[in-house]
Design a protein around this ligand. Structure first.
Ligand SMILES: Nc1ncnc2c1ncn2[C@@H]1O[C@H](COP(=O)(O)OP(=O)(O)O)[C@@H](O)[C@H]1O
Ligand SMILES: [Mg+2]
Length: 288
């Protein structure tokens, strides 16, 4: 189910003195099964852009095509689009409002008219996918930890069986353990075949997980390519107020000192391997 964005521009409060053009003339295509990291400084337009992908915002100009069809053309059901392209908002705990975790996860499929039995099955499956303990289903969402509430929110979207999952800063405000758990979860979900778009300003997270990186700066798409390519441009990222991944920064520092290490590593494991290789080349491998 490809998504194509053509010449997309969004202006908030058009025609008023407070008018803001949040995204400007954006073009890209997302194919089935991709795992995309959408990065950019605060205010660069990430949240605005993703809300266009499932028709929560209407373009000021340009088009969004899902499966080749303009989602704002006559006769298209936006409800169906939103079922296929699930969006988990930033700080979803602010939107938890049902009495029990079960009701919260079941809200989407119930709303789409599934039978009670189907809803139960979908809630069950969604819990399994996000590793949520069944015992929590009868609890109030307000009793859960930050990480658990995020899982409930993700499960609520998975329960409607989307083909594309978009997550807006899913780890914001979580402790390192909660963050790692959510990210591992998202990685597993992608491995089930679903396309994932992960919005984040944490470069280490997206570098470790995503295959393709899209970079927004002041509403414009300024880079879109394989993670290795995008993250090897550390100075460019810094110039648009993004902090490159720690491992990339380390490699850059070593290169400045004359070390022959690659500048396109993405994980700690890759960085270690590069350092060991260079130490061996320098004949100090015995020290390791
Ligand atoms: N509902 C809104 N009304 C007016 N301006 C908005 C609204 N939402 C976002 N903006 C503005 O649009 C720009 C992009 O915001 P946003 O898409 O939230 O960026 P990001 O998610 O990258 O932080 C910012 O200048 C922001 O102030
Ligand atoms: Mg945002």
């Amino acid at each position: 189910m490809p998504i194509e964005v053509r010449n997309l521009t969004h202006t908030y409060m058009q025609g008023t003195i407070s008018e803001v053009t949040a995204i400007f003339d954006i073009n890209f295509r997302i194919d089935d099964g991709e795992f995309i990291g959408l990065i950019g400084a605060t205010g660069s337009g990430k949240s605005t852009l993703i809300q266009h992908l499932n028709g929560l915002l209407k373009p000021s100009s340009g088009t969004v095509l899902v499966d080749g069809v303009d989602i704002w053309s006559k006769g298209v059901s936006l409800k169906k689009v939103r079922q296929k392209i699930g969006l988990v908002f930033q700080y979803p705990e602010q939107q938890v409002f049902e009495e029990t975790v079960y009701d919260d996860i079941a809200f989407g499929p119930k709303n789409l008219g599934y039978s009670q039995k189907e809803v139960e099955g979908q809630v069950e499956e969604a819990c399994e996918l996000v590793g949520l303990d069944r015992e929590l289903l009868s609890r109030s969402p307000f009793e859960l930890s930050g990480g658990q509430v995020r899982r409930v929110a993700i499960a609520g979207i998975l329960a409607i069986k989307p083909k594309v999952l978009i997550l807006d800063e899913p780890t914001a405000g979580l402790d390192p353990r909660g963050r790692r758990e959510i990210l591992d979860n998202i990685k597993n979900l992608h491995e089930t075949g679903i396309s994932v778009i992960l919005v984040s300003h944490n470069m280490d997270d997206v570098a470790r997980l995503c295959e393709r990186i899209m970079v927004l700066d002041k509403g414009k798409l300024v880079a879109d390519g394989p993670a290795r390519e995008v993250f090897s441009q550390g100075r460019f990222l810094e110039s648009i107020d993004l902090k490159p991944p720690d491992v990339t920064v380390l490699m850059e520092k070593l290169r400045d000192r004359g070390w022959a290490v690659r500048n396109d590593v993405l994980t700690v494991e890759e960085a270690c391997a590069e350092i060991v290789k260079e130490l061996q080349r320098r004949g100090v491998a015995g020290a390791i």
